[in-house]
Design a protein around this ligand. Structure first.
Ligand code: LCS
Length: 406
């Protein structure tokens, strides 16, 4: 068996690293250094001229970071990976590399709040316009393409509404115009969804979430074709400079080793919690891609291994009840971010998507009664017991004393 044929669960542990090359160190060594010494002035000249392989300076490359970049490229099934200091550094490096002044970006109907903020800034400063599309059919995507459309930018599942976009369908349309498709794969991780295998061109992540998995770092990753990634490495990464710290790359390599095991548990827990929420009288609607009744369940079956670990839901109530619900929880933490071992809950309208103006927020499906829960790795029974006690406390008129008991 060659390394290429190894399964995902093996690659997360071994890809891009061989202990034989590192004095037998089982763990990847941490190269906590800013710069690399040259044997001579002439060697320095050759390295800068690109005539000799070797490290120069950690903004241009670092051995610990390189292992991470090779590993994520293999996991996403792409040619080359690059690591960044945050998910937003990854998003901005990709979007600025792919666009020039007065271009147009076609986006999914819903994006993380700061990605929305970046697009607004690009419009104001460089005249790069954007449109949101439900991307519900080939005809709709065709009709939204403009002569200056330079990128199709998709989140799926969409943060925080958990709607899905049919990637295979969008790729079919994009290919007819030769427009690159960029997918933010943060909510799925490569364990659940691999957009490059479906024909998408570039995949990026807020690695802060499932890839790190432990809520102890902020980082971003990008995977794509070698020519494009080399261009990013030498321009919007090198010269804008949003690189990852070697220690954070080291932590991500550690987190990645357990990604499949963690994701399986996140998904199992989320499926059970989504079902319990759906049966609770104080819940108006549950949005979970793993739910067989989710409007995009067919798309989920086509492109995702399971529904993931994030659930959104509308309660019967308004912002006041939503905030009261968060305040009534015992161990579930009120925090943005997701994909951590701890269950995290937040109110998108006033937190992650507060920067999105109200009319745009409502168009995305973010109401004041929408709550997002990142289901952690605690016992699902305990997560449910905390949620249901808080629901019954805040909305006693709906309290259900039978169906949600476990
Ligand atoms: N893309 C998605 C889908 C995200 O959810 C986030 C962050 C980013 C990109 C940016 O990544 P970062 O720079 O934070 O690593 N999402 C957050 C969220 O939903 N809560 O807190 C951060």
């Amino acid at each position: 068996m060659t390394r290429n044929e190894e399964r995902f669960e093996t690659k997360v542990i071994h890809e891009g690293y061989d202990s034989k090359d590192h004095l037998g160190s089982l763990a990847t060594p941490l190269f906590q250094t800013s710069t690399f010494t040259f044997d001579s002035a002439e060697q320095g000249e050759r390295r800068f001229a690109g005539e000799e392989e070797g490290y120069v300076y950690s903004r241009l490359g670092n051995p610990t970071v390189r292992v991470l970049e090779e590993r994520i490229a293999a996991l996403e099934g792409g040619e080359m990976g690059l690591a960044f200091g945050s998910g937003m550094a990854a998003v901005s490096a990709v979007l600025t590399a792919l666009t020039k002044a007065n271009d147009h970006i076609l986006c999914s109907q819903g994006l993380y709040g700061c990605t929305f903020g970046l697009l607004t800034m690009m419009k104001e400063k460089y005249g790069i316009t954007h449109d949101f599309s439900l991307m519900a059919s080939e005809e709709e995507v065709h009709s939204r393409i403009q002569p200056n459309t330079a990128v199709i930018y998709i989140e799926t599942p969409i943060n925080p509404t958990m709607k899905l976009i049919d990637l295979d369908m969008v790729v079919r349309v994009a290919k007819t115009y030769n427009i690159p498709v960029v997918v933010d794969n943060t909510f799925s991780s490569p364990y659940l969804q691999r957009p490059i295998e479906l024909g998408c061109d570039i995949v990026l992540h807020s690695a802060t979430k499932y890839i790190g998995g432990h809520g102890d770092l902020v980082a971003g990753l990008v995977v794509g074709k070698q020519a494009f990634m080399k261009e990013v490495a030498m321009t919007t990464q090198k010269d804008i400079g949003g690189i990852i710290a070697p220690f954070d790359a080291w932590l991500l390599l550690r987190g990645l080793k357990t990604l499949p095991v963690r994701m399986d548990r996140h998904c199992d827990n989320a499926e059970k919690i989504a079902q319990a929420l759906a049966e609770h009288p104080s819940i108006k609607a549950v949005y979970y891609p793993g739910d067989p009744d989710h409007p995009d369940a067919k798309v989920r079956a086509k492109q995702m291994k399971a529904g993931g670990g994030v659930i959104a839901f509308d309660i019967h109530g308004s912002k006041k009840e939503a905030q009261k619900l968060l305040n009534s929880l015992e161990f579930i933490k009120i925090a943005v971010s997701l994909g951590d071992t701890e269950s995290l809950i937040q109110h998108p309208a006033t937190m992650t998507h507060a920067v999105v103006p109200e009319h745009a927020r409502r168009q995305m499906g973010i109401n004041d009664e929408l709550i997002r829960l990142s289901v952690g790795l605690e016992a699902w029974e305990d997560i449910w017991s905390d949620l249901s006690q808080a629901l019954d406390h805040v909305l006693p008129q709906y309290a259900d004393h039978t169906s949600h008991s476990i």
